[in-house]
Design a protein around this ligand. Structure first.
Ligand SMILES: NC(=O)c1ccc[n+]([C@@H]2O[C@H](COP(=O)([O-])OP(=O)(O)OC[C@H]3O[C@@H](n4cnc5c(N)ncnc54)[C@H](OP(=O)(O)O)[C@@H]3O)[C@@H](O)[C@H]2O)c1
Length: 198
C-alpha cells in the first residue's frame, strides 16, 4: 500500500512509520517536517497536500493540537485551538482525502484516553477526543468506499517527561504498542472502531 502519514515525525508518528514501512510505501507530512508540509487546521492547505501527494491507499493522522489548562482560566480562543486543529484538522483530512484515497482504502485518526478518563486541565482534550470518536463511528456508516477508525491511546511512555504530571497513576504505553493499533486499522478490515491502547 501507499500510505500517507500526517505527523510522521512526532512521537506516535515515528513509531507508526517504523511499523508500516516494513511492508508499505510511506509518504510523510508534517507542519514543518516530512516530505510534504501541511497545516491540517487549514482546509486549503489540506487540499493542496492531497493534490501534491495524489493517490494513496490509506491516510494515517498522528497530529493534532489542543490547549491544556485549568477550566476556570480557559478562554473560547483556547478551546478553539483543539476544535480547529485536532478535531476539524482530522475531519479536513477525511473530507479532502475522499477523492484521493483508493476504493477500499482507509482513514485512521488519533484520539486519546481523555475521552473516557478525564484529568485536571484536560477538558479541551477530553471534548475533542470524544468528538473525534463520535465522528469516526458516524462517518463509518456513510463512507461507502472507505474504512475509518480511530486509535485512542493512554499517555505514552515516551511522553511522560512532558505529560507525566497530568497523568499520575496512569500506566503509560510504549509507542510501539500504539503503532500496532494503527497497523490493525490500516492493514485489517474493520471500520468504525476505536482502538483503545491502555
Ligand atoms: N503523546 C502522548 O502521550 C499521546 C497520548 C494520547 C494521544 N496523543 C495524541 O496524539 C497526537 C500526536 O501526539 P504526539 O505526542 O506524537 O505529538 P508530537 O510528538 O508533538 O508530534 C506531532 C506531529 O504532528 C505534526 N503536526 C502538529 N500540528 C500539526 C498541524 N496543525 N498540521 C500538520 N501537522 C501537524 C508535527 O509536525 P512537525 O514535526 O513538523 O512540527 C509532528 O510531526 C496528538 O493529537 C495527541 O493529542 C498523544
Amino acid at each position: 500500500m501507499r500510505i500517507l502519514i500526517v505527523g510522521a515525525n512526532g512521537t506516535i508518528g515515528k513509531a507508526v512509520a517504523a511499523e508500516l514501512s516494513e511492508r508499505h510505501e510511506i509518504v510523510t507530512a508534517g507542519r514543518s517536517s516530512g516530505s510534504f508540509q501541511v497545516n491540517i487546521a487549514d482546509p486549503k492547505s489540506v487540499s493542496e497536500l492531497f493534490s501534491a501527494v495524489a493517490k494513496v491507499d490509506a491516510v494515517v493522522c498522528a497530529a493534532g493540537n489542543v490547549h491544556f489548562g485549568p477550566l476556570e482560566e480557559m478562554t473560547a480562543e483556547q478551546f478553539d485551538i483543539g476544535l480547529r486543529d485536532k478535531l476539524m484538522g482530522q475531519v479536513n483530512l477525511v473530507l479532502a482525502g475522499r477523492e484521493f484515497v483508493s476504493s477500499g482504502g482507509s482513514f485512521t485518526l488519533i484520539a486519546g484516553t481523555l475521552s473516557q478518563d478525564p484529568v485536571r486541565f484536560g477538558v479541551s482534550a477530553s471534548m475533542v477526543n470524544g468528538a473525534l470518536e463520535s465522528f469516526v463511528r458516524a462517518a463509518a456508516i456513510e463512507l461507502r468506499d472507505h474504512r475509518i477508525n480511530a486509535v485512542s491511546p493512554s499517555v505514552l511512555q515516551e511522553s511522560m517527561g512532558a505529560y507525566g504530571p497530568y497523568f499520575r497513576g496512569f500506566e503509560p504505553v510504549p509507542a510501539k504498542r500504539v503503532a500496532l493499533a494503527f497497523s490493525r486499522s490500516v492493514e485489517g478490515a474493520q471500520t468504525g472502531r476505536i482502538y483503545r491502547v491502555e
